[in-house]
Design a protein around this ligand. Structure first.
Ligand code: HEM
Length: 511
């Protein structure tokens, strides 16, 4: 036998062993599910990256649950629990006392393992999150309200111009610009000004969506982002004549420049300039020196901006679509907003006023529920002790330390036993019904996650959503332009939900 035949034989024997081990001897061998998914992670790769333009694995998981029950083995090392059947397990898996690690395989897809959101080990995460926690507290975030209102005024000026020129407004992308400018105005020393882009950054925002698609490739192949960052600028220019790719490269590089600026100025800011997250991290006394290195802070900033952009923008798009297609809801909201006393109708309503409006709050909750701004499953690991899961019908599975367990937010939000007629937009559900029904909805309403890994930017997101939606619908009359439910639907899961690739997004005309 020659050398290549020997190598081939060894390889085939190894693969045969791996297959037999995973299917029959592995501790998860008895967990229901597709044999192909249990045999190889290429099954997940296919649904993540190839089928239907990618981002289809989340739907495959739902299909597997329908066939195999509330717990399924979705890849050789991970089990997924169905929140449509057993929503109560969410509180156990993501409870505050249950400080589990995150699964690095999955979160490495962001290519930013040093950021809090992607950090695997719970202990390391605690320190990294702790350094930002005060910054994101309600009291601190409230100080940034004038900056948020300033960006909203800028958006409103653009909308007025569009109205005067009879232009169709690409509102989905306008919201992305707004969200980017808002989050960078407190994350970075030098905020972005995307609301100045004449076309609301259409090409740039398309590129961000394509970039999100790469998360799934990076997750499986680990070399995608390193390869991309090695592409020289001249080639980037040739590959994309719109210039959006180069803009994206500049955008990424600006994190490095701004981090260096924050490190160099050591908290000595120009008069009147508010402290940014970058400055907070660069001058933190809580972080160990290794966590104050430039590359780590760059990743933290990049991920925080990423976390605060598509999430709020997609929620605003879904909210706008449903209000404009449900006139009765729009009338109720406008009447609540118009009844709100302010000195002048030109003055923007502030957070204190808007947070007290029940119908507006119900509209925002309903939009968050229907959007599911994080559609990706949230995988956790207990590396130290075995974990177990008992199905509602009483079958108990025990998993060894290191087993990955996950659930997905949309399963809870589309659970018809908690939210009847779950795909309908009904802000009234948050206001009507018995106390028990409302308490149950609140318990399983988890757009910002739960526990020690829950969203840090929740208060800033709430403020941005209330200020934008409250003021926009008080001031402007609009109607949908060639936009249907499909344009705000969840067709791809790239951790965030994305509409079909051929969708032109949410567009409106100003009346
Ligand atoms: C509608 C808006 C938003 C939603 C629904 C949302 C949702 C979430 C969820 C579900 C997580 C946990 C992800 C996981 O377990 O892997 C998360 C984490 C995070 N989010 Fe948000 N987010 C929103 C807006 C924002 C904004 C505006 C910011 C920043 C300004 C932000 C910053 C963060 C950060 C830093 C984390 C990581 C926290 C940690 O790991 O300790 N988010 N977000």
């Amino acid at each position: 036998m020659n050398i290549s035949s020997t190598i081939l034989l060894i390889l085939l024997s190894y693969l045969a062993y791996l297959l037999i081990y995973r299917l029959f001897l592995h501790p998860l061998a008895k967990v229901p599910g597709r044999k192909l998914a249990a045999s190889t992670s290429w099954h997940e790769f296919y649904y993540d990256c190839v089928k239907g333009n990618g981002g289809q694995h989340a739907f495959k998981i739902q299909e597997m649950h329908k066939r195999y029950g509330p717990v399924v083995r979705i890849n050789p090392r991970e089990v997924h629990i169905d929140g449509r059947v057993d929503p109560a397990f969410w509180d156990i898996l993501y409870s505050n006392s249950n400080k589990l690690d995150k699964d690095s395989f999955y979160y490495d897809g962001f290519g930013a393992g040093y950021s809090a959101v992607s950090t695997g080990p719970a202990d390391l995460h605690r320190a990294r999150r702790g350094a930002m926690a005060n910054y994101f507290s309600m009291t601190n975030i409230r100080r940034y309200e004038p900056m948020v209102l300033q960006q909203i005024s800028k958006l409103f000026q653009r909308l007025k111009t569009c109205k005067a020129n009879d232009e169709v407004v690409d509102l989905g992308n306008a919201y992305r610009c707004l969200a980017t400018d808002v989050v960078t105005s407190f994350a970075l020393p030098e905020p972005k000004t995307m609301l100045d882009y004449p076309d609301f950054g259409k090409d740039f925002n398309r590129l961000i969506r394509d970039f999100a698609k790469l998360i799934t490739f990076q997750r499986h192949l680990k070399i995608v982002f390193p390869l991309l960052s090695a592409i020289p600028d001249w080639l980037t220019v040739r590959m994309d004549s719109t210039g959006a790719s180069l803009q994206m490269v500049d955008f990424q590089r600006s994190y490095e420049k701004q981090t260096q600026l924050a490190i160099d100025r050591k908290g000595k800011l120009p008069e009147g300039q508010p402290i940014s997250i970058l400055d907070t991290l660069a001058t933190s006394t809580e972080l160990k020196d290794r966590d104050k290195l430039r590359n780590r802070i760059v990743e933290e900033a990049r991920n925080t901006v990423g976390a605060g952009t598509e999430t709020t923008a997609s929620t605003l798009s879904v909210l706008t679509y449903h209000l404009l297609s449900n006139p009765a809801c729009l009338v109720k909201l406008k009447s609540e907003l118009n009844d709100t006393a302010v000195a002048s109708s030109n003055q923007l309503l502030d957070f204190r006023t808007l947070e007290r409006l029940p119908y507006l709050n119900a509209v925002i909750s309903e939009a968050l529920r229907l959007t599911n701004p994080v559609t990706g499953r949230l995988p956790r690991i207990n590396p130290r002790a075995p974990t177990s899961y008992t199905t509602p019908s009483g079958i108990t599975y025990t998993f060894p330390p290191g087993t990955v367990m996950s659930m997905s937010m949309p399963d809870l939000h589309f659970n018809s036993s908690i939210f009847p007629d779950p795909h309908a937009f009904k802000p009234e559900r948050w206001l009507e019904g018995t106390w028990e029904q409302k308490a149950r909805m609140q318990q399983f309403f988890v757009p910002f996650g739960k526990g020690s890994r829950a969203c840090l930017g929740m208060e800033s997101a709430r403020m941005e959503l209330l200020l934008t939606a409250g003021n926009l619908f008080r001031r402007f009359e609009m109607e949908l332009f060639e936009t249907t439910a499909r344009d705000v639907s969840w067709a791809h899961d790239f951790f965030a939900p994305f509409a079909p690739f051929d969708s032109a997004g949410l567009r409106v005309t100003m009346l």
